[in-house]
Design a binder for this molecule. Structure first.
Ligand code: AMP
Length: 608
């Protein structure tokens, strides 16, 4: 498949007016691609060259892209820069200069997706002196052979922003659509679905069948993606082996698994009502890490599935010493912990350990302790299907003595009073609260299904928990804030079903002056001229931005609001607590959770 064709599809997707249309176009693109191409296309849609955990980043700054455009078009970097100031999007700038190229290139060949990938890979892997010139040359070379439209997307890739507005759920929907024809040959599956059909009339029955088949396929795809965070390779298996190709994918050390998520309930009684006898664990306020041990090789993944191994050398060392298994995958919360005083440092201190430089000094000053709380794999066997109580036993057996790795503090109870006492004691120690765990639940990757329930300390307001909201726009500063260029944020929560971010609050308080300039700096880079397709908002900000950054927000309560789109609910008196660098936009609080929080709040208020 040539890159021109892909660029044409990207353009159609970018200008599609609804998610449904987008999904249809995407399905068409997938059906045209072969199994090697589909993998690459999916990575590009995700704005990367390989799954995120492989950390292959093309990353080129705007200045260098400007130079590459100048080189390919026969213009000066100054001319390109002034056009960029005018248009605000280097993709469009590249389009402009390729259209008005001063000289026809001598060697211009049709661009294949392989050629594009090969140049981009060279860029991603070149470093050291002279590498910048080489990178500029490699992009310019591609631009030389590119049409206008190809140029638009070629420069957006190294900038890390494709502006297509497509999330993983939409990609999975499109893959499912693609598979329905083939899946109709699967007699067992067809029978299974037919037995659940409710419609009587033939025509309607057929539509119901098709809908249910898609849902089923989509579920299967997602279940695999949850345990194998590489959508490109999942798609490759589907393309080459069909639906049953999915069976060949299993969990393995080195490939991240999507984390299980916690639900909320407002009180200890409700937790016991829901789970009965359960485990109650301390909720540590650090960052979640997944540790993969493959013999002597330790890889550490963040909650966002980034490979953060180099940041925590003391953890890798401890894993080699303390873990009594050759291969393992387990999870825990890491925080800076003062062993001498038995004191937990605040999140502000812990988060400083997420750094690329001065790692050694900081690891000596604030060494981390990892409180392990789950295990998913030991020596060739997946433990995900085992009940939690069994996994905990294996975890306890697996972690040997030492001071860096420990187990999360935990009790088992069916008594709400006991939970409350435990909760209060943890909060007094400076912890966030507790997490209740269903003793019989398997590990549910990537989903929130009451296997875990969190209860956080109240921040005096009526809402006992904060909301993680995605920034979708911002407002210019007024008065004193004019100097920062940012005075407030428009934020949204995530509708997982529709893959859309729905506005929930305009936030003007809680930010320090430092926050304001930091936010302006990062947000101005991802400004969008129009409202991004995946955003649904009744409020118009001064600037729209790509949904990318998550902030933790505290509010007094959730109220009904005609202005906002999160099921007509909004946060009242919202204030920002912190920027959550550990969460991706799709990991923000969901519309469903906001609805539950609204309901729970009513229960509390009315004393129901
Ligand atoms: P939240 O980020 O507020 O949705 O709460 C869930 C997070 O709490 C998890 O993703 C972990 O990072 C963190 N956490 C802290 N202590 C524990 C624990 N004992 N068990 C599970 N998760 C924990």
């Amino acid at each position: 498949m040539n890159f021109k064709k892909i660029a044409e599809y990207f353009e159609k997707i970018e200008s599609a007016s609804s998610r449904l249309i987008m999904t249809g176009i995407l399905a068409e693109l997938f059906s045209e691609a072969d199994s090697a191409e589909i993998t690459k296309i999916i990575y590009l849609l995700q704005g990367q060259l390989a799954p995120a955990h492989k950390q292959i980043e093309v990353g080129m700054g705007e200045k260098y892209i400007e130079k590459a455009i100048a080189k390919a078009g026969g213009y000066s970097a100054g001319e390109v820069h002034s056009e960029f100031k005018e248009l605000g999007d280097l993709g469009l700038v590249a389009e402009h200069f390729i259209k008005n190229k001063k000289q026809k290139s001598l060697f211009s060949a049709e661009l294949s997706i392989e050629k594009v990938f090969s140049n981009l890979m060279k860029i991603a892997t070149s470093s050291g002196s002279g590498s910048q010139d080489l990178k500029i040359k490699l992009i310019a070379e591609l631009l030389n052979s590119a049409s206008q439209l190809e140029a638009r997307y070629l420069v957006r890739i190294p900038l890390g922003n494709m502006r297509l507005g497509i999330g993983d759920p939409t990609i999975m929907d499109a893959l499912a659509i693609n598979l329905t024809k083939e899946a109709r040959q699967d007699k067992k599956l067809v029978k299974e679905i037919e037995s659940t059909l409710k419609e009587k009339k033939e025509e309607k029955r057929e539509a119901e069948f098709e809908r249910k088949l898609r849902v089923k396929l989509r579920e299967r795809i997602e279940a695999k993606y949850n345990v194998h965070s590489d959508l490109g390779s999942v798609a490759e298996k589907l393309k080459s082996k069909g639906v049953n190709g999915l069976d060949e994918i299993s969990i393995e050390p080195g490939t991240p698994i999507r984390p299980t998520l916690a639900e909320r309930l407002p009180s200890a009684e409700e937790i016991i009502k829901k789970l009965g006898k359960c485990a109650i664990e301390a909720k540590y306020d650090g960052f979640r890490l997944a540790i993969h041990k493959d013999g002597n090789k330790v890889t550490i993944f963040s909650r966002q599935q980034e490979n953060v191994t180099p940041m925590f050398p003391e953890l890798s060392e401890a894993v080699k010493k303390q873990v009594k298994a050759k291969d393992a995958i387990f999870e825990g919360e890491a925080l800076a912990f003062n062993e001498e005083t038995g004191e937990y440092y605040s999140f502000q201190i812990t988060i400083q350990r997420k750094r690329k430089y001065n790692v050694k000094e900081m690891s000596e000053q604030f060494p981390l302790k990892l409180f392990a709380f789950d295990v998913l794999y030991i020596d060739g066997k997946s433990l995900m299907g085992l009940p939690f109580k069994e996994r905990r036993k294996r975890l306890e057996k697996m972690i040997g003595k030492g001071k860096t790795l420990g187990l999360s503090d935990s009790i088992i109870t069916d008594n709400p009073k006991e939970i409350e006492t435990y909760f209060n004691e943890r909060v007094e120690k400076g912890l966030e609260g507790i997490i209740a765990k269903d003793l019989n639940a398997p590990y549910i990757a990537g989903a929130r299904k009451f296997a875990w329930i969190k209860l956080k300390r109240s921040y005096k307001g009526e809402l006992s928990d904060t909301v993680d909201a995605v920034i979708v726009g911002y407002f210019k500063g007024k008065g004193k804030r004019t100097q920062f260029g940012l005075g407030g944020l428009l934020t949204a929560v995530y509708d997982e079903k529709e893959d859309v971010f729905r506005s929930v609050a305009k936030i003007g308080t809680g930010m320090t002056e430092e926050n304001l300039s930091e936010l302006e700096k990062i947000l101005s880079k991802i400004k969008r001229e129009k409202k991004p397709q995946r955003v649904d908002s009744g409020v118009e900000p001064d600037f729209w931005v790509e949904p990318k950054y998550v902030v933790e927000v505290l509010a007094d309560e959730i109220t009904k609001s005609p202005m906002h789109k999160a099921a007509g609910l909004a946060l009242r008196f919202p204030r920002m607590i912190k920027i959550r660098t550990d969460k991706k936009a799709e990991q923000a609080t969901t519309v469903k959770e906001i609805k539950q929080m609204f309901k729970a709040q009513r229960h509390v208020k009315l004393g129901e």
